[in-house]
Ligand binder design. Sequence first.
Ligand SMILES: *[C@@H]1O[C@H](CO)[C@@H](O)[C@H](O)[C@H]1NC(C)=O
Ligand SMILES: *[C@@H]1O[C@H](CO)[C@@H](O)[C@H](O)[C@H]1NC(C)=O
Ligand SMILES: *[C@@H]1O[C@H](CO)[C@@H](O)[C@H](O)[C@H]1NC(C)=O
Length: 651
Amino acid sequence: MGFPIAAAVGAFVALWSFQGLLCALVVSVCVGILYVAVFHTRWCYVAIKTVPRDLYALYTYMRIMWVTRQMSKKNLTIPDIFHDVVNRQPDKPCFLYQDEVWSFKEVEDFSLRVTAALKAHGVKKGDIVGLLLNNCPQMPAIWMGIARLGAVTPLINTNQRGNALVHSINVAKCDYLIFNDEYMTAIQDVQSELSPSLKLYKFTHRPLNPSNPKSQNSGDAVADFTNILETTPPADWTLANADGFEGKLLYIYTSGTTGLPKAAVISNARFVFMATGIHFWRLNTSDVIYCPLPLYHTAGGVISVGQALVLGCTVILKAKFSASQYFPDCVKYKATAAHYIGEMCRYVLATPPSPADTQHSVRVIYGNGLRPQIWVDFLKRFKIKYVTEFYGATEGNANIANTDGTPGAIGFVSRIFPSVYPIAIIKVNQETGEPVRDSRGLCQIANPDEPGVFIGKIQAHNPARQYLGYVDKTASEKKVVRDVFKHGDAAFISGDILVADELGYLYFRDRTGDTFRWRGENVSTTEVEAVVSRFADQRDAVVYGVLVPNSEGRAGMCGIVDVDGTLDLDKVYEDLAKNLPAYARPVFMRIMNSVDMTGTFKMKKTDLQKEGFDPSLVKNDKLYYLDLKQGRYQPLGPEEYKKILSGDIRI
Ligand SMILES: *[C@@H]1O[C@H](CO)[C@@H](O)[C@H](O)[C@H]1NC(C)=O
Ligand SMILES: *[C@@H]1O[C@H](CO)[C@@H](O)[C@H](O)[C@H]1NC(C)=O
Ligand SMILES: *[C@@H]1O[C@H](CO)[C@@H](O)[C@H](O)[C@H]1NC(C)=O
């Protein structure tokens, strides 16, 4: 009989002590919570506000990484990944362009023709086949055809001429170049500076007619690529003869507002990561996506084209962006999603109201650079439900997205789990862009509301974290910072100055070098540009600092585009005075009829900066200076110029 009693006593003790344990646990958790709540109230507030956002982002990030991992395991390249999509939905429209509808099957067939034609012309694994092509469905099909042979494709900016064009072709070491027939003169103009062994092919956008090909003059120095495609039967489908998922696929040039373009390496892995990285924030396979961006940049050519090639969406291509056609096009093609870059939003917002503003069925827009100053107005006027604003450098590994539509934010860093996603904002010297280091020689994380440079930690073999850099190795190394948080680690340094708020939302300030000092204050050119454009009816504005003799720092100068001559400078100044601190108001104004822009609508500052406010250098534009006494802009001619130099006019 002893055993049951002993067992009962044992069970009782066990239960009792279990309860005691539980009790102690509950009490200590309560005390813990109380302690945190009392002594870390701010932390609790931040946690409550941000944990749902962080968890949703973590969940989506895991989906992105899972899909990328699956493709990585199969070790496929883009033409092979595309083949799976084609098999799933051969007849679904892949690209819409003008009145053309290209099904997934048709895009693949075209790319197989390209593979056969180029193979016959000697293209082999490791060759470089440059493209200088306008937006059209054939463009991605051509580079897929090239990728199937294991060759790499530099996508050259079609605005480039002269020196910049030569540089783009030569820095990538192109063996072949395929260009639209309309660029024939541009190529001929620089032909003497290109390698004599470079083989040239001109491409004409027209329907192929294999049964009755247009004949080619055999005497032409430049081969007719369209004609070659007509006379070459498509290759049989095979897996690409390439270096697998991590092999090189494209070179994409980062345009920059200064200096010559640099060719950044895009691997298949990065292509997939960038496309899926956007897709899983609110897009899905049934979306029809409007893309008016050039296909030689990452935004249009990888992120939007990738929605079709990797994820099976229908993508609408546009030859050239037009503000007044943006939403009418979305109505016409029944778009459900649309891609933007910030400047486009500004132009679209400046168009007169039209029924298309709300007739379209665009549910989500995604892109980068939607300025905080117009964010809310844009969504309201065009009745857009979701925005995915993201940030990611073509060449870099630091990618973030604004996943909950917080106006103006370009993404966030988790405040509660900062190490989950390896990005950070570190303290920098704002003039040189050099990280500020502590006594151990390591970098320091910027505090909330303190501007710093955005970095992404480098980790090999992880498409989200590896850094492939540029074709030019020394240029690549310049973008790497070492000994960041511990000795021996490395990170990609973006050069963009961001500010994080208390909840971890990130806001763009400017690029390093885009600030200048005036009256002892740092002026952010991006910020002043945004304010000026807003009060000048969304006209293009570019702000830069100019040297004035006997003055410290640089005085702000603003170039503003006024095509129709209706700009009211007095009114603009009134608004600037209300919205900008005195030191940030442009001291000089330059009213321009037109403007020289890079392919991404960014104006070229260097040239404007060189001419400064000297009327003898600025021939065609009107100059003004800010008359502080009268509080208005006054015309600036040779007389005034002399007085400013001598100090008789104080600025
Ligand atoms: C992927 O395939 C390429 C070429 O077929 C090969 O060189 C590479 O080692 C493969 N990578 C992996 C991780 O299997
Ligand atoms: C998928 O996209 C379609 C078309 O835009 C949209 O109607 C649908 O609501 C989306 N589905 C989800 C789950 O978001
Ligand atoms: C301006 O930038 C410099 C260099 O980064 C910094 O040392 C200084 O504190 C800044 N000044 C102001 C007023 O923010």
